[in-house]
Write a protein that binds this ligand. Sequence first.
Ligand code: ATP
Ligand code: MG
Length: 274
Amino acid sequence: MPSSPSFSLISGCDVTVVPPQQPPVIRIKGLRTAFGRQIVHDGVDLTVRKGEVLGLVGGSGTGKSVLLREIVGLMEPTAGTVEVLGKDTRRIPERERIALQARWGMLFQDGALFSSLTVLENIQVPLKEHTALPREMIEEIARIKVAMVGLPADAGVKYPSQLSGGMRKRAGLARALAMDPEILFLDEPTAGLDPISANAFDELIGNLQKSLGLTVVMVTHDLDSLYAICDRVAVLVDKKVVVGTINDLLGQDHPWIRDYFHGPRGRAASAAKG
Ligand SMILES: Nc1ncnc2c1ncn2[C@@H]1O[C@H](COP(=O)(O)OP(=O)(O)OP(=O)(O)O)[C@@H](O)[C@H]1O
Ligand SMILES: [Mg+2]
């Protein structure tokens, strides 16, 4: 796929602007997922561009988490293609797949921290798996990541069970950032947090995205997060995705999309955004 002809016009480093000409980092075509007779996705097409923050929404059980797992190669779609950073994740040799995995980070819906490891040890796992860096350097990087996500230094020596829900999310985020990824996948990062902690987490994601130039794909039910940090939103409905800016989606007349964006929560989030 040739890159954009107007790319050379972009100067400076303002990553807050996401020109549509940015190259795609994720391309999904004709994706179909079936579990036995249950069809979850049927013809999902989706392109995510470099530096974009894409929200992924949809009713419970519509296949948001499964889609993320398919993008990162933890699950195989039944049919279709998934290309990440220019590689078809199902058609590359194991060694290349492992190298590719180091270029993204994922915060799972349930946190998925190892309960028997401290926060610092959790963050070190991908570094030990993917690099041959000396131990002291790995420890130092883990400490930097703890600070980067706004956790106090003493949280690093705690076990996940000794942290609050919000702190666990931040610890999971620190682990997802361990390898300085290009893409960050977040599955319901603010679920279960009180509104103030959720706002703070959104702000953290927004700041990290801008300062690190990350591409972010975030599954969320949280309309405030969509308004706060997402450039576009992909909605899973009828086993497919409808993608657009929030303004585009406000004009859609699909019943689920209309209820979601024009319902009381949608109106409140829109009003809060001003
Ligand atoms: N490994 C699996 N085997 C069989 N069915 C599965 C598997 N994983 C997910 N499913 C089914 O696929 C559907 C989509 O699941 P998924 O977890 O992606 O939903 P979701 O959109 O993330 O929902 P939620 O908002 O509740 O997290 C569900 O019906 C689920 O039961
Ligand atoms: Mg889910």
